[in-house]
Ligand binder design. Structure first.
Ligand code: CP
Ligand code: NVA
Length: 305
């Protein structure tokens, strides 16, 4: 596992390895505090972040290393100098890169041009660290995620793609409910269906949220307009209004179904306050686990670099 750009680079054994390491690191925040001593992490972000930025920065420090943050919100990567030249410089100074980019191919270009690990801190296409924290949290709640039903309601976006990837690997049934035209990427779904043949996961893509949510063990949603789509906010609010996760929709799921969201959330849009602030919501448990899961990812990738 030289980089973590996509969950599609991982096998089920890799996810088990990450989760085993996460368990150890979560049980003792001081464990392996020397593991990455002297290691430097470059964090290059083209978009805002609370969770990803804090958890990677705190995570590397807790493992004995340090991070250098490069705010690229005003100038996209590749504008001042080529992405390839950036990668070739950075690898001379640091031992790993976390990047949050608009274009997924910028991450791929970074990774292709350096020997150090490159970690996807969210792109327009994928959000793998988020999905790992989501599923790690589910393993804590249920012990086994195999055969459980996760229903994603909303936009077939980056978060959704990575959830589909992990579900397929771990044998979790996943139903994605989106408005027409906002379904997840067809290649992600067909590749996940191939992986699911091994794991037994059932993957369904629907346009009917009420039908999809019936019998769900967990219901997940994310913003309707992702970062970079702000000019579509109003248009999407009209298109997605039947895909709001509210108390009535949650009532169609199992009575003890969990509510999940990667955050940031827009209360009154994709989710009501009653649901996200209610007893079924595990959103802050997931946010907490971003730290522990990413420490595991840093330890496994940078322990060797
Ligand atoms: N969920 C998530 O990635 O949050 P941030 O955008 O705050 O990093
Ligand atoms: N889909 C959202 C996730 C934010 C963590 C976005 O890309 O903005």
């Amino acid at each position: 596992m030289p980089d973590l750009l996509s969950i599609a680079q991982l096998g089920p054994g890799d996810v088990d390895t990450i989760f085993d390491a996460t368990r150890v690191l979560k049980a003792d925040r001081g464990a392996y505090s020397d593991l990455l001593r002297g290691k430097r992490l470059a964090m290059i972000f083209e978009k805002d972040s609370l969770r990803t930025r804090f958890t990677f920065d705190i995570g590397i420090q807790e493992l004995g290393g340090s991070a250098v943050f490069m705010d690229h919100r005003d100038v996209r990567l590749g504008a001042r100098e080529s992405v390839k030249d950036m990668a070739r410089n950075l690898e001379r100074w640091v031992h790993g890169i976390v990047a949050r980019t608009f274009k997924h191919r910028v991450l791929e270009e970074l990774a292709a041009n350096c020997e150090i690990p490159v970690i996807n801190g969210l792109s327009d296409f994928l959000h793998p660290c988020q999905a790992l924290a989501d599923f790690y949290t589910l393993t804590e709640k249920w012990s086994s995620v195999k055969g459980r039903k996760l229903v994603y309601v909303g936009d077939g976006n980056n978060t959704c793609h990575s959830l589909v990837h992990v579900a397929a690997l771990l044998g979790t049934h996943i139903t994605v409910c989106t408005p027409e035209g906002y379904e997840p990427n067809a290649r992600v779904v067909s590749e996940a269906m191939l992986v699911a043949r091994e794991s037994g996961a059932d993957i369904q893509i629907l346009n009917d949220a009420e039908r999809g949510v019936r019998g769900a063990d967990a219901v997940y949603t994310d913003v309707w307009a992702s970062m970079g789509q702000e000019d579509e906010t109003e248009e999407r609010a009209n298109i997605f209004h039947d895909y709001r996760v509210d108390e009535e929709l949650m009532a169609l799921a199992k009575p003890d179904a969990l509510f999940m969201h990667c955050l940031p959330a827009h209360r009154g849009h994709e989710v009501t306050s009653g649901v996200i602030d209610g007893p079924q919501s595990i959103v802050y448990d997931i946010a907490e686990n971003r730290l522990h899961v990413q420490k595991a990812v840093l330890a496994l990738l940078m322990g060797k670099s």
